[in-house]
Write a protein that binds this ligand. Sequence first.
Ligand SMILES: C[S@@+](CC[C@H](N)C(=O)[O-])C[C@H]1O[C@@H](n2cnc3c(N)ncnc32)[C@H](O)[C@@H]1O
Length: 222
Amino acid sequence: MSKNLFKYRMYGRRQARKKNNFNTNNKEKNVIEDINSKKIKFLKKNYNILDIGSGSGESTLHLNDRYPDSQIIACDNFKDGNINLSNKILSKKLNNIIIFNGNVLELIDKKIKEDTLDSVWILFPDPWPKKRHSKRRLISSFFIKKLSNLIKKNGHIHIAIDTDFYLRQILIIIHKYRKIFLWENQGFESWEYDDSTLPKTKYYKKAMKFDRIPFYINLKKL
Ligand SMILES: C[S@@+](CC[C@H](N)C(=O)[O-])C[C@H]1O[C@@H](n2cnc3c(N)ncnc32)[C@H](O)[C@@H]1O
């Protein structure tokens, strides 16, 4: 395995088990980009959003409605979800969203410049509950430190989580970086995931179905 393949190795599924009827045509290829794409870039002057683990794209479309003048990169390595979102982007004729098909770690290392992001969304990241898999969790001290260099002053990280052990891990990281990020919604009521203002994603609905209460965290870069 080459160094890069190892460094940006992904766990979890890249495609649905059942073959979907999505037709990957040239139009979709114009929306779904890989790491070599010249289209993937953010200009500092714009309002730039990175939607990490965009899944089937409910969050990306929600963010586009909420911030219509923004530039958005939706990032996921799950191809079926990316195709689903690309179909919606094409049917709505949106030209401010690009989908990056791949590992966000590679995206931020190679394509995102310092001080360019206004908001980063990480909704319901994979929990990897087994102890031996815990290193696979996306939100780590290392990852938040990396993001901190890319986010503009007063920019935000929005996180939603529905497992206690991952929440605990994230709270420890928030405490560690308390001089870099202010945890804005520390009040008990404001932890609630308000689905009238936040996206009702597939994994939000799953959490509700199984009575797991989602916890919302809003961090502001100081
Ligand atoms: C549990 S799903 C949540 C999807 C969506 N945010 C939602 O709330 O329905 C987590 C998603 O993150 C993606 N993912 C996990 N690690 C990733 C990484 N390093 N880079 C890009 N996507 C990643 C997975 O492929 C999966 O689609």
